[in-house]
Design a protein around this ligand. Structure first.
Ligand code: AMP
Length: 295
């Protein structure tokens, strides 16, 4: 099996003197920002109970990385630090899964079968779902896309949509981790049935085994975290998603971060790298036109 380690980890030895004062302000101001993501999870007819505050320069990020590198955990931590909303396509499918089957469209039923196997959901279904929720991409609080795009076709469609909406992608953060660590992380992952908080049997165990620290609900192992599904998911990543690294590198948007250490370490490393990134790319440019500006 291939090893998903890429050599160009951008230096994260940030000199705090180079980070503009307003960046630290922005991070602190957003420190308690969290919403229920209703418009994303349930679709455009739902409204978020506490929409994110409009940011002066919203963060519009895509998180890349193999399944199990911790994109979901990082998206949550980054949401708290940056205020931008965590938009996960996997979460939309899981929310649909918990609904009455009679209410699901045929396309969604097929999507959930793919998901159970660990396979990618067809591009057309994913795109319809994201397109329907494009209002979330326009949110003044910004966004952190987690699990989307996952194929070149999805990435092309997203690029077009972002350009059509006159928006700018800030950066695409690519989390890097050796495959052996990825398999260990996925196999030990446990998710709360109620609040969806994520734990790990050994790396981040709950205080009481099998019980969520936050809401005391039961923890479970996701169907697609079982060994047979993990293999299919890693193959799907290697075949369909890994090419996005070159796609975004060519657009000058790729920012690679090592996904080793604790979630807080990784988040700190990401924030530092993003701060440096904003300093280096201080003049915003349209997605797709930044290649010549990269260091
Ligand atoms: P995740 O929580 O991001 O690991 O997603 C869980 C599962 O949902 C994946 O294994 C896929 O079956 C499906 N899925 C989520 N996002 C996408 C996407 N962008 N393209 C195709 N399938 C997806």
């Amino acid at each position: 099996m291939p090893v998903f380690v890429h050599s160009t980890v951008i230096g994260v030895t940030a000199n705090s003197a180079q980070i503009p004062y307003s960046f630290n302000d922005e991070v602190d101001m957003a420190a308690h920002n969290n919403n229920d993501r209703a418009a994303w999870l349930q679709g455009p007819s739902a409204q978020c109970s506490t929409p994110p505050e409009t940011a002066q320069t919203p963060w519009r990020l895509v998180l890349l990385g193999a399944p199990g590198v911790g994109k979901g955990t990082q998206a949550e931590l980054l949401n708290h630090r940056l205020g931008a909303c965590h938009l996960s396509t996997g979460d939309v499918f899981r929310a649909a899964k918990s609904r009455d089957e009679c209410l699901l469209s045929p396309a969604m039923k097929t999507a959930l079968e793919h998901m159970r196997r660990g396979d990618l959901v067809p591009d057309s279904t994913v795109w319809d779902m994201v397109h329907e929720r494009s209002g979330c991409l326009q949110c003044g609080g910004g966004f952190i896309l987690d699990g989307f795009p996952r194929t070149l076709s999805q990435a092309e469609s997203l690029k077009q949509l972002i350009e059509d909406e006159g928006l700018l992608l800030t950066a695409v953060v690519n989390y890097e981790l050796p495959v052996s660590a990825i398999v260990a992380r996925l196999g030990g992952r446990r998710t709360c049935k109620s609040c969806k908080a994520v734990f790990h049997a050994t790396e981040r165990p709950p205080k009481v085994a099998g019980t969520c620290d936050h809401c005391s609900a039961e923890l479970f192992q996701r169907e697609d975290d079982r060994p047979e599904s993990i293999k299919i998911r890693l193959e799907a990543y290697d075949h369909s998603t890994a090419p996005l690294i070159a796609f975004y590198r060519n657009l000058g948007l790729l920012l690679s971060v090592a996904a080793t250490g604790s979630p807080e370490d990784i988040c700190g490393r990401t924030i530092t790298a993003l701060a440096e990134w904003r300093v280096r790319n201080s003049v915003p440019v349209l997605a797709g036109t930044r290649a010549k500006k990269r260091n």
